[in-house]
Design a protein around this ligand. Structure first.
Ligand code: ADP
Ligand code: MG
Length: 445
């Protein structure tokens, strides 16, 4: 069958790569795709995926691509097309599509909707207030301690959250959100939230409108600098490892977060189909226990966590998409390779600030380890060469089972493979973090 994937980053490359391994997939189109996606060969090696240009902020343009290609299934990668209602439009046309509707996407596209939803349904999350102007904020602030978080309500590509050490800082951040100084466009609403201490964990559930099943847990690195310092980015790396999430924690997160979201979204008339990404903070309690609290939801695969998750997926990804659409995830047995995986992002010089595109990338062909996949996050083809096209350029991803040397953990082995591949690749200004997974390594994973 023919599958269309919407998007053009590392996440979409990983989705296309996983689809290419399915014996049931005979054709893959990706819009807009990128230079790496255009080189993905289908399972029998017969042909490669095809990329067609599209602006993923333009709903009508995406609908024209679907109409022209008439795929048997469309998979929507990024949040923007979901929030524009691409899934609703395709469902209205009677077409098969993987992803949540516009109303269900509000769990990600509106932080105030998500917080109110969590409060309504007793899903653990930080105390909060919704503010529509600075007076609202000043009225709310006295209820909060000095460490507070100010979050623009809408999609902000990771740039809408300000961690504050005082109420004065919170007022300044709020003023910048309302004026448009922070995001370029003025926001009408923000969420003020109590600061939570702890370690973060991303939990991914596959949801079919009725059931939530566990897909994986991952941790990512959002800061540009080693030791998790410096400005925020789209993500500089991620990893998964057996033992990152205990079986008890997995059951707890399913029952108290993911399944509750699915049940209550259905009850509210906006059933949730797709990937629910639960961004958790594991908060230490005075009695020594750890209480998981929801920081946010995403309503799609995360990037770069998806790269690290999908290299471990042994099941046919098409079975996952079908079950999520048809309401049959409860009958699905998702198989993952045991061990660990890591994804290290190679970014352009200057990222997350201004970058210079069009730098030729060398060494891509010299990565031949079968456990390593170089996903393209921001690349383009120019005169037959692959060049940089964006801040995050490559997502170098490796997987490992139990290595033969018992003194090495699967995570260490996966890291060694990813960094060995990075040694072979270069482009002008290339930067990457050398400490991906440091927290897990410290815990002996
Ligand atoms: N209440 C909070 N306490 C502590 N840190 C937070 C809190 N909310 C968000 N953060 C930090 O800010 C990051 C971004 O916030 P998040 O809610 O995930 O928004 P987004 O991903 O849309 O930028 C989180 O990954 C976390 O590191
Ligand atoms: Mg987040």
């Amino acid at each position: 069958m023919k599958v269309l994937v919407i998007g053009g980053g590392g996440r979409e490359h990983a989705i296309v790569w996983a689809l290419s391994r399915s014996a049931r997939v005979s054709e893959i189109v990706c819009a807009p795709g990128n230079a790496g996606i255009a080189q993905v060969l289908l399972h029998n090696g017969s042909k490669s995926a095809r990329c067609v240009p599209v602006n993923t902020a333009d709903l009508a343009a995406m609908l024209r691509v679907v109409e022209a290609e008439s795929p048997a299934l469309t998979v929507v990668g990024p949040e923007l097309p979901l929030s524009l209602g691409l899934v609703d439009e395709l469902e209205r046309l009677g077409l098969r599509v993987f992803g949540p509707t516009q109303a269900a996407t509000r769990l990600e596209s509106s932080k105030s909707f998500a917080k109110d939803f969590m409060q309504r349904h007793k899903i653990p999350t930080a105390a909060y207030g919704v503010c529509r102007c600075l007076e609202d904020l000043r009225r709310e602030l006295p209820r909060f301690s000095a460490s507070v978080v100010v979050k623009a309500d809408g999609l902000a590509a990771g740039k809408g959250v300000v961690l504050c050490n005082s109420h004065a800082e919170a007022e300044k951040a709020a003023a910048e959100i309302f004026s448009g100084a922070l995001l370029g466009t003025a926001e009408k609403e923000l969420v003020l939230e109590e600061f939570l201490d702890g370690e973060e964990l991303s939990f991914f559930a596959l949801c079919d409108g009725k059931h939530a099943v566990s897909l994986a847990a991952a941790q990512d690195h959002k800061r540009i600098g080693e030791g998790d310092t410096g400005p925020n980015t789209g993500g500089m790396g991620a990893y998964t490892a057996d033992g990152l999430m205990s079986a008890d924690l997995e059951q707890w997160l399913l029952k108290n977060v993911a399944q509750r979201v699915v049940d209550e979204m259905a009850r509210e008339g906006t059933p949730f189909h797709g990937i629910l990404f639960c961004g958790m903070m594991m908060t230490p309690q005075p009695d020594g226990s750890i209480k998981p609290m929801v920081l946010e939801f995403n309503t799609r695969f995360g990037d770069p966590e998806t790269e690290a998750i999908l290299v471990r997926l042994e099941s046919d990804i098409l079975d996952l998409f079908d079950a999520a659409i048809d309401g049959t995830t409860d009958r699905l047995a998702i198989k993952m390779k045991p061990g660990a995986s890591v994804c290290v992002i190679a970014a352009s010089g200057g990222y997350p600030g201004k970058v210079v595109n069009g730098q030729p990338i060398s060494g891509l062909d010299s990565v031949r380890n079968p456990d390593t996949v170089v996903f393209h996050a921001g690349t383009a083809s120019k005169d037959g060469a692959v060049v940089t096209a964006g801040g995050r350029v490559l997502a170098v991803t490796a997987v490992s089972g139990q290595p033969s040397s018992s003194s090495t953990t699967p995570l260490e082995a996966a890291l060694a493979k990813a960094y060995a591949a990075l040694e072979k690749i270069s482009f002008n200004g290339m930067q990457f973090r050398r400490d991906i997974a440091w927290r897990a390594l410290r815990k002996g994973l």
